[in-house]
Design a protein around this ligand. Structure first.
Ligand SMILES: C[S@@+](CC[C@H](N)C(=O)[O-])C[C@H]1O[C@@H](n2cnc3c(N)ncnc32)[C@H](O)[C@@H]1O
Length: 423
């Protein structure tokens, strides 16, 4: 088995720095904690994170706020990241449409917005008639959210809580949870755990979670232009043979996952579902490490350059929310399960359906783009040639918001391993 091991090259290709940043560097102590807007009838306070949290009948320790978490929240205090997210119309309008389509479940109800940022989703919920919205954010952006709420005369209905979802107290159950928690490759940033915490702490039985479901997909890709622009370029530079640069160029260009936009033409097969998440039932433990086996058959003859990952989230409330016991499984098996098979889900994931937010290559682009794991060298594949293997996505021990990606793949009688870290 050939092994393409990861190297540290000092290039520090931080997704947060070089691509559209969602996880930023730097760290500063969090500012004022527990900022609150005007009262609206509900009660809330900030608790000490050493308190224990009652989850499913057992006492669990609240995850401490680490230095990495503080840096993470600090990255969200910058206006640029919020501007980028809000200007992503596919994202923001799909949330607004979904909130308005669920108006009947929101009107007169209590909502918690997990990670409210500037407060935009909380305001959409207030516009949909929510009686009270708890807008929670641990980043200093909560201070601005509070100002935005005041400027829109919504302080009587939106209560901004400046603190972690894990630490703030809300002294009532909520009917609805809304959150925009998705990172690159869906699970980078590990924010879904905070949505689960909010669900376990406050959501009423039969309550609504927006979005309700999420699915991560992968597919093999061919991308000759990208390869030649970064690698073949060195073959002839101003008439000089600089191909000695090629090994370093491959290492620098392809060592780490790359967030970029591809099109449906780059995709060689139907996608495979890596993970389907049911936000009503998923538990924090199952997000620590996710493994799946894949078996693709190339639909064309082409050089195989790597794998692309993307996701969609679904705001449909399949079960009737008032009687929902949310007992369906959140685990996705290999794609022989028709509910979780990539092609089946693609049919449901119609981008014209406002209840699905898709980041697929064939759908309108979003700030998430797609995440590519490139091989150091392409593999020539024939039509119908099998590409099989496995992928494991696990939270990094160094920082649980980073993601380790372990890929094993084989095709045409050759096998490879690629390890990468999304940091
Ligand atoms: C992707 S942004 C979404 C912001 C806003 N909801 C929007 O849609 O524009 C996620 C926000 O969640 C906040 N956040 C992440 N984890 C959190 C936690 N455990 N407690 C409180 N806020 C959190 C971050 O600080 C960030 O502002």
């Amino acid at each position: 088995m050939n092994s393409s091991s990861a190297h540290t090259n000092g290039h520090h290709h931080s997704i947060g720095q070089q691509q559209a940043p969602r996880l930023g560097p730097g760290h500063r102590e969090r500012g004022r904690r527990g900022a609150r807007g005007g009262g609206g009838g509900g009660g809330s306070r900030l608790r000490d994170s050493r308190d224990s949290l009652r989850v499913s009948g057992e006492q669990k320790e609240v995850a401490p706020c680490t230095e990495f978490d503080k840096a993470y929240f600090h990255s969200y205090a910058h206006v640029g990241i919020h501007e980028e997210m809000i200007k992503d119309r596919v994202r923001t309008e799909t949330y607004r449409n979904a909130i308005m389509q669920h108006r009947s479940s929101i009107e007169g109800k209590v909502v918690v917005d997990v990670g409210c940022g500037t407060g935009i989703l909380s305001i959409f919920c207030a516009q949909a008639g929510a009686k009270r919205v708890y807008a929670v954010d641990a980043s200093d952006i909560a201070v601005q959210a509070n100002e935005v709420v005041k400027a829109n005369n919504l302080s009587d209905r939106i209560i901004v809580l400046h603190g972690r979802v894990e630490d703030v107290e809300i002294d009532e159950e909520v009917d609805v949870i809304v959150s925009e928690w998705m990172g690159y490759m869906l699970l980078y940033e590990s924010m879904l755990g905070s949505v689960i915490t909010a669900r376990n702490r406050w959501l009423k039985h039969g309550g609504l979670i927006l979005p309700s479901y999420a699915t991560l997909y992968m597919a093999p890709v061919t991308h000759p232009d990208r390869y030649s622009e970064s690698i073949d370029f060195w073959r002839n530079v101003y008439g000089i043979d600089m191909s000695a640069m090629m090994p370093l160029a491959k290492q620098c260009a392809f060592e780490e996952p790359s967030v970029e936009t591809i099109t449906g033409e780059n995709i060689l097969t139907w996608p495979h579902v890596v993970k389907h998440v049911d936000c009503y039932t998923v538990e924090i433990d199952e997000l620590e490490s996710i493994s799946t086996r894949f078996n693709f058959k190339s639909m064309m003859r082409a050089p195989l350059h790597g794998f692309a990952f993307w996701f969609d989230v679904d705001f449909s409330n399949f079960a009737t929310s008032s009687t929902n016991n949310h007992s369906s499984s959140s685990i996705t098996g290999p794609s022989n399960d028709p509910l979780t098979d990539g092609s089946q889900r693609k049919k449901r994931s119609n981008p014209n359906d406002a209840l699905v937010l898709s980041t697929a290559p064939e759908d309108p682009p979003t700030h998430w783009q797609q995440t590519l794991i490139y091989f150091y060298d392409p593999i020539p594949v024939e039509q119908d040639q099998v590409i099989e293997g496995s992928v494991t996505l696990s939270q990094s021990r160094e920082n649980r918001r980073f993601m380790n990606i372990h890929l094993e793949y084989s095709s045409g009688g050759r096998s490879f391993i690629k390890e990468s870290v999304m940091r």
